[in-house]
Design a protein around this ligand. Structure first.
Ligand code: E4P
Length: 276
């Protein structure tokens, strides 16, 4: 059956109503909708960016020593965020006996406004808990440092439940870092330099741990330890470490550049030529 005959005007109106060609009214209406959408979403974007707190991450600098003079020097530089110690570093300063060690930790806490890691000596769970509780009671900024052993992981879990902060140390694999994070460690310390010493890639381990923690949202901070030189610091920065604990020489090494020295010499010479 052939379609009924219609006039040109009717045909045009029917075609627009069928949606084949938009009429002027709907074009204007669509344009208004798009315009109000743009305004609405822009306002929403502005609101979200104002409301959402901005979070900037920086890599913290800890100094890896028990030497008070070096700690003061790094602190005076104005860039120090904390201190890590270990039994070898305490022995290097010739500090013996629990009382002297405790006094020394408090002295460090009085210099630096940041976390100070103090390591337990015990290797069994009960001993770690006993020593860790005594260390944590010394000062609110003390972080109990525990080795990444079965007893150490148990102790990390124990302290996490009591809101006592921990640094899980002697970490040489992603598996160890995973257990430390699952137990609730505040910090995990992969030993960069000691891995490099045996032809492994310490910085690659830091990067791997950072990736795993970010993927799964673990809150444990990656504290790159056993840093030997400035390049380690830069590489750990690139790897996304939360903290690098470094010897004073490595921190000071970051400053050194011959062009800074020669540039300054020239500035001062030019100034002196006209002012003396
Ligand atoms: C820090 O927490 C570690 O104990 C330390 O960085 C180890 O460094 P080392 O390998 O130079 O002894």
């Amino acid at each position: 059956m052939s379609p009924p005959e219609v006039s040109g005007k009717t045909a045009c109106r029917r075609t627009a109503a069928d949606g084949l060609f938009p009429d002027t009214d709907s074009v204007v209406k669509n344009f208004r909708n798009v315009k109000s959408d743009i305004i609405r979403y822009n306002l929403y974007g502005i609101f979200v960016s104002l409301w959402k707190p901005k979070t900037y991450r920086t890599m913290k600098f800890f100094i890896d020593t028990a030497n008070l003079e070096q700690i003061r020097k790094a602190h005076e530089l104005g860039v120090l965020d904390g201190v890590t110690t270990n039994p070898s570093l305490m022995a290097k300063e010739n500090i013996r006996g629990t009382e002297n060690c405790n006094r020394h930790y408090v002295e460090i806490c009085n210099i630096v406004e940041g976390d100070v890691s103090a390591e337990v000596i015990a290797t069994d769970f009960e001993g770690m808990v006993r020593e860790g509780e005594a260390l944590a009671a010394l000062h609110p900024r003390i972080v109990v440092k525990l080795p990444c052993t079965a007893a150490g992981i148990r102790a990390v879990k124990y302290f996490a439940a009591k809101d006592i902060r921990t640094n899980c140390t002697l970490v040489f694999s992603v598996g160890q870092a995973l257990l430390a994070a699952k137990a609730g460690a505040t910090y995990v310390s992969p030993f960069v330099g000691r891995l490099d010493d045996i032809s492994e890639d310490g910085v690659a381990l830091v990067a791997h741990i950072v990736k795993v923690y970010r993927t799964y949202g673990y809150k444990t901070q990656v504290l790159a330890a056993s840093i030997r030189h400035t390049q380690h610091i830069i590489q750990c920065l690139d790897a996304g470490a939360d903290v690098a604990t470094c010897p004073l020489a490595a921190i000071e090494g970051l400053l050194r550049h011959p062009m800074t020295n020669s540039g300054l010499e020239k500035f001062l010479a030019d100034h002196a030529r006209l002012n003396t």
